[in-house]
Every structure is written in C-alpha cells, then in structure tokens.
Write a protein that binds this ligand. Structure first.
Ligand SMILES: [Zn+2]
Length: 417
C-alpha cells in the first residue's frame, strides 16, 4: 500500500489529488513532502466568496505541516492559485486542508489541540517538534470554532462563580451550565465586577436568556445585581457550596486571630496537636490528652465554638420544607449573634440579609444538580494552576474553555488521536 492510498483514506479531497511523495534529505528531522495538485479542469475557489472563479496566476510553492507519521514530519506542498473574482478582485484560492496564512494543516491543528487537552502545552510542542506558538494557535482555533458552533439554547440552570488566580491577585468570573447530564463552562471573564458578568448575558440571545430558570451564585452583590437585572424571572439560589465556603473562611479567620493572640500571650502550645483531642471521644483519650482537652476547654476557644456552630448548621441542608428550614435558619442566626465571635456574626448577618435567596435552595431542589458548582470550581482551579508555558489571562481563558467547555468539534473522515 502506498502512502498516497493511506492519505486518500484519512484525508480525501474532492478537487485535489496527492502526487509524488518525497523523502527530504539533509533535514535535522526525518521529513516527507507530499505534492498536492488540483484535479484537471477543476476551478479554484475564491477565498472571499467561496465561488469557483477563473484562474489568475500561481504563487510560489508553500509547505503545510500535516500530522507526523512514525516520528516523521509530513508536509503538503502546493502552489496556491490566485483567482480573478468579479466580486472580490484578485484573491488567493481556498484550499480544503488549511486556512488563511496558517502554515499548519487544519487536521494537524486539531491534532495538537486534542493533545493540549491532555498534556501541558509546552510538552505537546516538545513531543511533536513544533513551537509553543503553534500549539497555542491550534488551541485558539479549536476554541473559536467550538464557541461559534456550540448550542446555547435551552439552558435551564446556570451557576455563577469566581476563582482567584495569579496567587490571589486577581479574580475570574465563571458561568457554568449545571444541569444533570450537561455540566460545562459557558463563560470566562476577567475580574468579578458587574461588567464581568454582564458580558455573558449580552452574549446570549433573548430566547436563550428566557429559557434559564435557575441561577446559583454566592452572595457577591455585583452578581446578585446583574442576575436581577437580566433574569428577573428566575429562581435565584444561593447554593450550599458558596454558603459553606463563606463559613469556612470565617472559621479560618477566627482560628488565625486566636492563634496570634495565644502566641502573643505565651500560650502557643495550647493549640498545637489539639485537633485530635477535639475529634476523639472523651473515653478514648489518653491521660495526657485528657489534660490537654481540659486545658483547651478552659480557654473556651472561639475556634472550637465556631467549629461547633458550623457542624450544627449542617442540619439545615437536611430540611425538605422551606418553611421549617427558614425557622432553623432564624434560630441558628440568633444563637450565632449571641456568640460574640465577630467573623461568625458577620456570616449570620449576611445569611439573614439573603434569607429568601438561601431558602430558594429548597425550592429548586432536584432541579439544579447539587455539588456541581463545587465540582466545576475545583476543576477550574486545577486548570488555572497547570502549566501552559505562559501565564497570561488570554492563555488561562483559552485553557479553561478548552478543557471544561465541552466544545463541539467538526466531523472528520479520520481521527488522528
Ligand atoms: Zn470572490
């Protein structure tokens, strides 16, 4: 079987044929060149209007890099024709294997983009002896194609979230679709302002906005405002993940403040190795640990009490009726407001303020898949920490869409990877 025959199976063209295949001597890397010719009597297609037009002249031969074979670089070699188009003037013809001035064939771009989903981009460039730039451009091409061809109609539930990046210096606003069976990243924007989120709603058609019935977000006021502005008809849920995150942040603040205070007062050892004393049941404690627990309890640490308040709050999520959940919430807030622990009181105040949105959790139960915001949030964090060779917003944005956007791809005759 000849290489030409294989190429006709994996990458067939209607108006072009494969010609001679040549082993190129003297290259650092083993290289094959495949000549491509236009079929006899076929007319060139104008790249401006996609119509067959009369020929004008021919440009010098160009090489287009194709998917490598057995570690051998493969190039298509073709001299592009120019056409004399009555509508567009003299233009370069459109060829089916590449786009515009790109020196990579479209199949090779998709090949690199697919590998870039699995491996760091600089690693992909190294393995296939190409540049980081080529991998980046390939991913960009795949993401643009996917965004252009994805279906955004009939989205019912979305989650709005923010993550920190660049060592916490900056925020990204993220919008996910969070339905059972369809969880994907829909939108990435810099910052966490109203403008960051507005971009997404402006991007949607009016019908697509109308089909959204549930929105999950945290208590960030900018997001609450924009959701109210664009989606007045939805059930807006402050979801479990964001509320518990807020509470954990508060507990962390209490613990840090307390540790600093104890250190300052010369009681530093008290909090050391105390975790097990708190977690073990009293009858299982060793004598030494019992002393420690007594010591700990004597201090009546705010960290311990905050921890207990959070444990107690977990019961909230077990309610079925919004009414009873609401009663529990009110009681919990009263207890917390009496605790004299400022960061926890802060949480209680904000829960009170957003009481209705929080109770929407029970109204939307079963409609939004619980835990999906949390799952996607974790995946996004992992993605932003991975190495892509460069750490600019543009690169992170592409990487996020590429790995989490579930973007569609065109149909190919052959899948190269
Ligand atoms: Zn034209």
């Amino acid at each position: 079987m000849q290489l030409k025959t294989i190429l006709n199976r994996v990458e067939p063209f209607k108006s072009f044929v494969y010609g001679k295949v040549k082993w190129v001597e003297g290259r650092a890397r083993p290289t094959l060149e495949v000549a491509v010719q236009a079929r006899k009597n076929s007319r060139a297609i104008c790249s401006g209007c996609d119509q067959p037009r009369p020929g004008y002249d021919r440009l010098p031969e160009r090489r287009f890099e194709f998917v490598p074979l057995w570690g051998i670089a493969v190039y298509f070699v073709y001299a592009l024709r120019r056409v004399d188009c009555p509508t567009c003037g003299v233009t370069v013809e459109r060829v089916p294997w590449a786009q515009g001035k790109c020196h990579l064939t479209t199949s090779y771009r998709w090949f690199l983009a697919r590998w870039a989903k699995r491996l760091p981009w600089d690693e992909v460039a190294g393995i296939f002896c190409t540049t980081w730039r080529s991998v980046y451009e390939s991913v960009k091409h795949a993401v643009f194609w996917g965004i252009l061809h994805r279906d955004l109609d009939h989205i019912e539930a979305i989650g709005v979230d923010e993550i920190q990046w660049q060592k916490g210096q900056n925020y990204l606003t993220l919008v996910y679709q969070i339905e059972e069976g369809m969880k994907r990243l829909l939108w990435v924007a810099e910052g966490r302002t109203e403008e960051s989120l507005r971009g997404f709603f402006r991007f949607l058609t009016a019908e697509a906005r109308q089909s959204i019935r549930f929105v999950c977000s945290d208590m960030w006021q900018a997001y609450l405002n924009v959701v109210a502005e664009y989606l007045p008809h939805v059930i807006h849920v402050l979801d479990r993940f964001h509320i518990m995150k807020k509470m954990n942040d508060a507990i962390d603040k209490v613990r840090r403040g307390e540790a600093a205070r104890l250190k300052h007062d010369g009681y530093e050892p008290v909090l050391k190795h105390s975790r097990w004393c708190l977690l073990k049941r009293r009858e299982n404690l060793t004598e030494k640990q019992t002393v420690k627990l007594t010591e700990l309890l004597k201090y009546n640490l705010q960290s311990v009490r905050s921890h207990l308040l959070r444990e107690d709050f977990q019961r909230f999520w077990e309610y079925v009726s919004p009414t009873w959940a609401g009663k529990f919430l009110d009681q919990w807030c009263v207890r917390t407001m009496r605790s004299k622990i400022e960061p926890m009181k802060e949480v209680a105040r904000s829960l009170r303020e957003h009481r209705d949105l929080i109770l929407n959790w029970f109204r939307a139960r079963g409609m939004v898949s619980s835990g999906s915001v949390e799952g996607l949030n974790n995946k996004c964090k992992v993605t932003t920490r991975k190495s892509y060779g460069f750490r600019t917003y543009k690169v992170i944005e592409l990487a996020l869409y590429h790995t989490l956007g579930k973007l569609p791809e065109p149909k190919f005759t052959h899948k190269f990877c």
